[in-house]
Design a protein around this ligand. Structure first.
Ligand code: PYC
Length: 334
């Protein structure tokens, strides 16, 4: 065996969506904040993201998180969220996976019935309460970064589909939110290729327009790489959706940052009050429960603080190597 790098991982899934938690192998990534470390990683270390996410070690819908020392004194761990699509500022299913791994491997002092972990993410501080029974994480509630509605009833011309009306909201990433039926498509897994094509065309149109979003307090967070296509009958109590994500896959989980954005949108529409419970189901039928816990502001704009609850399961441990003769040192996607 020869290896140029060894990455230690604990693999998990959150309501069907993988989180490969990298517990060792990177050392401390340069940067005074996790947002700076994210940019440093994008500019200098991105081949390790693709090595760990792409084939042959991952697949076209792979997702993970790199643990780091925190950059702020009120946090226990820093986290960088890696995916096939790039580095996310924040990821809800990934946070639930990270918290479950930290508890179930004993990387944090475990307190029953609730272990609280404070995570330093590129989007801000995320506080996680893990419900623990006999050492097992049986439910995770994260208190997300402030989320807000950017626009309601915006119209855009989507090449090949005509004019589409959508809402845009932020929940740690930017989400276009609209009923799938606007594309004339049924909410059926057999039509997933058509649904994905519509979602990708929609995000391309938004990002090419003057309405491409940029976070008012953190310009390194920008663009819309997620389109939340709502199933018929979705409302402010119970939504079902297909989440199309750049460069071409669906979230298997109900999407924690997408659930947060959806609740911010529903609140801006006057349909979801602080304290109301909201159920959000993924394309594969798994569930997160959300709740808005307070109103706040982001750069003077009205915003809300969401919580999202779900569960993750540890699936294995691994050490990933890079042999010096490996013909695919940065992985590949078909
Ligand atoms: O759970 O926030 C989330 C997420 C983002 C992309 C995939 N999952």
């Amino acid at each position: 065996m020869r290896t140029r790098h060894v990455f230690h991982a604990v693999d998990s899934h959150t309501e069907g969506m993988p989180t490969r938690v990298i517990t060792g192998g990177f050392g401390t990534i340069p940067g005074a904040t996790m947002a700076e470390r994210r940019v440093h990683f994008q500019q200098h270390l991105d081949e390790f993201r693709t090595l760990l996410m792409y084939e042959p070690r991952g697949h076209a819908a792979m997702s993970g998180a790199i643990l780091q020392p925190p950059t702020r004194p009120d946090a226990d761990f820093g986290v960088l969220y890696i995916e096939v699509s790039g580095l996310l500022p924040m990821c809800g299913h990934g946070t639930i996976g990270v918290a479950t791994v930290l508890v179930e491997t004993g990387m944090v002092p475990v307190v029953e019935p609730v272990t609280t972990i404070r995570l330093d993410t590129p989007a801000g501080l995320v506080v996680v309460d893990v419900k623990v029974e006999n050492g097992a994480a049986v439910g995770v509630t994260l208190r997300n970064v402030p989320s807000y509605s950017v626009a309601l009833d915006r119209r855009i011309e989507v090449p090949g589909y005509g004019t589409v009306t959508y809402d845009l909201a932020y929940g740690g990433n930017y989400y276009a939110i609209l009923p799938l039926e606007q594309f004339g498509l049924p909410f059926e897994r057999e039509r997933k290729d058509d649904i994905l094509a519509a979602g990708l065309a929609m995000m391309d149109a938004i990002n090419a327009s003057d309405d491409r979003p940029v976070h008012p307090e953190n310009p390194s967070i920008h663009s819309c790489h997620h389109v939340q296509l709502l199933a018929p009958g979705s409302d402010a109590k119970h939504s079902r959706h297909a989440m199309a994500i750049h460069p071409g896959w669906f979230d298997r989980s109900p999407c924690g940052t997408g659930t947060s954005a959806r609740m911010a949108q529903l609140h801006a529409r006057g349909e979801l009050a602080i304290g109301d419970e909201f159920r959000n189901d993924s394309f594969i039928g798994t569930t997160f429960t959300g709740r808005l816990v307070e109103e706040t502001t982001v750069a003077g704009l009205p915003a809300v603080v969401p919580t999202v609850t779900g569960r993750a399961w540890v699936t294995g441990t691994a050490q990933y190597f890079l042999d010096p003769t490996d013909p695919f040192p940065a992985g590949f996607l078909l």
